[in-house]
Design a binder for this molecule. Structure first.
Ligand code: TXA
Ligand code: MG
Length: 319
């Protein structure tokens, strides 16, 4: 057992910050999902993230910052990026930007690209840790590669308890948002969405005019959009009203069936509640050992777009 869940009091925040400065790994709660954090200035520390996650090397990592002002040390801040930061930071908004000329961040966080993804998280425990560590923190979701993202400390523990690496887990309770941040390429004049999240296309369009979405074959296309990135072990059968024999049901809405094999993302049909429950319920149904999970239709609007995006990827067989 190489994990420990710690309460985020001042002593443990100091302990976690020391661990990070020494090149270690800390599972950090954020408002979206738990992140597996390491010093983004330290290649070995960053490499240990990839190793612990067993993550494909070509997938770049998000760098978390304690303040807005830090962003200019690491990346070229376009007027659009400044506006997005002023509007959404701290919050679930990740900006992909050109690396600054003398950017001290590990090249590994960019996985070979000349861009870097930056975000300032809103969760008070993440903020306390970033301020105490005085470091930029690379932090992908704290799950092994290809598994669903953790939204509770116990999820993180389940992921890494058999891992060779030591992971110190800070208990920040359940993540409020439940799906990862919206990833936006902000190098140009218009935002380009690379990954859907709780800051939606509609919200961005209202404030910033035309919004683009990266095409599947575009070089801008976020590697995180790889089809099977979020696959649970069980197969998913999409857009159905009932589970067949031997299936679990991921339900949605007031008219859904109930039962032992059913988890309802939101009985009131609330997409925010559904997002917060998504990964925990997928994981729970996956862990009950059903070979297949039937999934009821989720409205494809607002946060439903991000949910369906994850489900679509989870339902794509891994090759
Ligand atoms: O909410 C979140 O964003 C969580 C929490 C922990 O902050 N983090 C997270 O990190 O989801 P990760 O590594 O699992 O996802 C990073 C996403 C991926 O889709 C990745 O491909 C994209 O950001 N990304 C990172 N750097 C990029 C870059 N330079 N260019 C394009 N996409 C990038
Ligand atoms: Mg992830």
């Amino acid at each position: 057992m190489s994990c420990g869940i710690l309460e985020p009091d001042a002593r443990n925040i100091t302990l976690a910050a020391e661990r990070l400065r020494a090149g270690g790994l800390v599972a950090m709660p954020t408002e979206t999902v738990y992140g597996l954090a390491a010093n983004a200035l330290d290649d070995r520390a960053v490499a240990s993230i990839y190793a612990t996650k067993e993550r494909p090397q070509f997938n770049p990592l998000i760098v978390h910052l304690p303040t807005k002002e830090d962003a200019a040390r690491y990346a070229v801040i376009t007027p659009l990026a400044q506006q997005l930061m002023d509007t959404y930071w701290p919050g679930p908004c990740t900006l992909v930007l050109q690396r600054a000329q003398d950017c001290p961040l590990s090249l590994l966080v960019s996985a070979g690209l000349d861009t870097v993804a930056l975000r300032m998280p809103a969760h008070p425990v993440a903020q306390a840790l970033l301020k105490e560590a005085k470091l930029p923190l690379a932090a992908p979701s704290a799950n092994r590669s290809g598994r669903v993202s953790p939204t509770l400390p116990a999820h993180v523990e389940a992921e890494f308890k058999n891992s060779a690496a030591e992971v110190l887990i800070l208990n920040g309770g359940a993540c409020a948002v439940g799906v990862e941040s919206t990833v936006i390429d902000a190098r140009g004049h218009a935002p380009v969405i690379l990954r859907h999240g709780s800051i939606t296309h509609e919200m961005l369009a209202q404030k910033f005019g035309p919004v683009e979405e990266a095409l599947k074959d575009s070089p801008l296309h976020s590697p995180g959009m790889l089809a099977s990135h979020y696959a649970p072990n069980a197969a998913l059968r999409m857009n159905v009203q009932h589970a067949d024999a031997g299936e679990a049901l991921l339900a949605f809405g007031p008219d859904a069936p109930t039962g032992k094999n059913v988890k309802n993302l939101s009985a009131t049909g609330d997409l925010t509640e559904a997002s917060a429950n998504l990964f925990a319920y997928l994981r729970e149904l996956d862990d009950t050992g059903y070979a297949r999970i039937a999934v009821m239709p989720i409205p494809d609007r607002g946060l439903g777009v991000a949910i369906n995006d994850r489900l679509k990827r989870a339902s794509t067989p891994r090759g």
